[in-house]
Design a protein around this ligand. Structure first.
Ligand code: HEC
Ligand code: HEC
Ligand code: HEC
Ligand code: HEC
Ligand code: HEC
Length: 172
């Protein structure tokens, strides 16, 4: 390569690397489109909305490994009569009527090969707010991954709070 084109090549590559790093830090992951357009802000924070607590819907967060997402039957307690004119609510009602659940796209998960064992119970009981691990869900319309849950991230907090850093605590 001639010197000039080499410089251009390297400069371009550098721009890409920086842009990529910035995107990772600032942008987070894209919010996936969900089968029903569910809005956390509208249900949790909106002033004249229903203001439902996180653990009314994710009811096993304090008691089990999985926080769990509610069945459509829970949604329909309200939506049998509320917002029935909405196309999204009609979609929800149709799924519920078939006795099915929307195929929610997962936001937080680990690769199977990493063999991670995570359980909500000790964390929620220790008083760690959902937002520490999931970002400001209260203000989100369409949910996206805001916190990169890497091994280093788990271990940093475990060291700080004197929880186990034994491999077998998190890999079983
Ligand atoms: C210490 C960090 C931490 C805290 C605190 C935490 N979570 Fe999680 N949450 C995770 C991780 C890690 C996953 C992914 C777990 C997996 O794939 O097994 C997850 C997954 C989830 C899921 C999807 C899978 C499931 O468990 O049903 C929901 C819903 C959820 N969290 C809700 C909540 C709510 C609500 C709170 C607060 C009451 C909360 N989380 C507090 C780390 C946390
Ligand atoms: C406690 C009652 C209640 C429960 C439970 C509830 N919702 Fe809602 N939902 C509402 C209310 C009230 C609104 C309208 C808020 C507003 O006007 O801003 C709403 C709005 C919506 C909308 C938007 C309607 C539109 O087009 O504007 C969708 C979609 C929706 N809910 C889906 C769900 C799903 C899915 C669940 C279950 C996981 C659920 N809701 C559980 C009360 C509830
Ligand atoms: C009315 C019921 C309802 C309430 C209240 C609610 N959620 Fe959710 N949550 C859902 C539904 C439905 C989904 C799946 C669709 C989605 O991702 O938007 C979900 C998804 C999630 C996920 C992603 C799970 C995954 O796939 O990894 C997290 C994290 C979460 N909620 C945290 C919270 C937190 C924190 C609060 C309180 C600030 C909260 N939720 C309040 C119904 C609810
Ligand atoms: C913000 C701090 C924080 C983060 C982030 C965090 N943890 Fe924890 N974790 C704790 C604390 C504190 C405890 C101990 C609670 C207790 O003693 O009851 C704990 C306990 C645990 C336990 C139970 C250990 C035992 O021996 O019973 C497991 C398993 C665990 N964490 C896995 C994880 C994994 C996997 C991640 C990352 C995906 C993670 N934690 C992220 C603070 C955190
Ligand atoms: C506090 C929890 C925690 C502890 C302690 C921990 N890990 Fe991890 N580890 C994780 C999480 C979470 C991931 C997955 C991270 C991701 O998906 O980005 C992971 C990923 C890994 C991977 C990568 C797997 C892959 O898919 O490439 C290896 C290897 C690994 N851990 C080994 C270890 C070893 C060895 C130890 C003990 C020295 C250890 N871990 C201790 C939480 C932990």
């Amino acid at each position: 390569m001639r010197k000039a084109s080499k410089v251009i090549f390297l400069a371009t590559a550098l721009v890409f690397v920086i842009a990529f790093a910035l995107l990772r830090v600032l942008g987070g992951a894209e919010a996936p489109r969900q089968p029903v357009e569910f809005d956390h802000w509208q249900h949790v924070s909106k002033e004249d909305g229903p203001q439902i607590a996180c653990d009314s819907c994710h009811e096993h967060a304090a008691s089990g490994p999985h926080a769990t997402t509610p069945n459509t039957s829970t949604c329909m307690v309200c939506h049998d009569s509320m917002k029935t004119e909405s196309a999204e609510v009609q979609k929800l009602a149709a799924i519920s009527e078939q006795g099915k659940q929307p195929e929610w796209v997962r936001i937080y998960w680990f690769e199977r090969e990493a063999n991670v064992y995570f359980t909500h119970k000790p964390h929620v009981r220790a008083g760690i707010d959902c937002a520490v691990c999931h970002g400001d869900v209260k203000q989100m319309h369409r949910l996206r991954r805001e916190v990169e849950q890497t091994m280093g991230w788990c271990i940093d907090c475990h060291q700080e709070q004197q929880a186990s850093v034994d491999c077998y605590a998190c890999h079983r």
